[in-house]
Design a binder for this molecule. Structure first.
Ligand SMILES: CC(C)(COP(=O)(O)OP(=O)(O)OC[C@H]1O[C@@H](n2cnc3c(N)ncnc32)[C@H](O)[C@@H]1OP(=O)(O)O)[C@@H](O)C(=O)NCCC(=O)NCCS
Length: 194
């Protein structure tokens, strides 16, 4: 399924009247995927995506792409005029506890050269609308933001997420460092802001 919206990126942005769409990743997107997936500035912000390191080999990234990204139930490519420039993914929480049904984790990223053009808020609005429409039992979408990621917090605020608080020492990294994480959420009954 493909979702799309026409956007008029403001005159300060390089791209005008471009079309931002979401669609599932395809095998043919692998080289575009590598553009952002191997960028250290992008990777260091994505706490939940620690499967790829800046020094991962092409084979490791391609293997992950083929096995996980392409087969994921809701791993969408953020496309600009049809070309994949980032991702937005929803991970349904289910299994450990019964009460987790109806809840999903959201994460997203854009290729470095596309930051600051208002693309992510537009992509998230499309993602939220389509996810709440498709998964009728989905009540809550939550996003966890690492320390200092002001751009990501701003994106969530612009779209209508509520900051619920800070989860102290929530993420424990491989080297033992513990990070405080901000918890944001949006409910199916909340307005998605323009
Ligand atoms: C976070 C990310 C998705 C933002 O996407 P984007 O399309 O560039 O978002 P926007 O164009 O709306 O710009 C970000 C907003 O944050 C603001 N911002 C950026 N850096 C900021 C900072 N250091 N302090 C405060 N605000 C900041 C910008 O001014 C802009 O807000 P504005 O429109 O009110 O001026 C993108 O930077 C990215 O891919 N980062 C790496 C991956 C990541 O962090 N993913 C989220 C994990 S939770």
């Amino acid at each position: 399924m493909k979702y799309e919206i026409e956007v008029n990126l403001s005159e300060t942005h390089i791209i005008e009247m471009s079309k931002i769409t979401l669609r599932p990743y395809q095998l043919s997107d692998v080289d575009d995927f590598m553009q952002w997936a191997c960028n250290s500035e992008v990777l260091e912000c994505i706490l939940l995506q620690l499967w790829i390191k800046p020094n991962s080999s092409r084979e490791e990234v391609v293997s992950y792409f083929n096995q996980v990204v392409v087969n994921h139930p809701w791993y969408q490519a953020i496309c600009l005029d049809g070309r994949a420039i980032g991702f937005v993914v929803l991970e349904m929480q289910a299994g450990k506890y019964d009460f987790e049904r109806g809840r999903a984790d959201l994460s997203y990223a854009l290729g470095r050269e596309y930051w600051g053009r208002g693309i992510s808020p537009t992509a998230l609005r499309i993602a939220l609308s389509s996810a709440f429409h498709k998964f009728t039992n989905l009540v809550r979408i939550q996003a966890l933001v690492g320390p200092g990621n002001k751009a990501s917090e701003r994106v969530l605020q612009k779209v209508g997420f509520t900051k619920e608080g800070v989860l102290r020492q929530y993420a424990v990294l491989a080297d033992g460092e513990c990070l405080d994480i901000s918890m944001y959420s949006i409910l199916s009954t909340d307005p998605i802001l323009n």
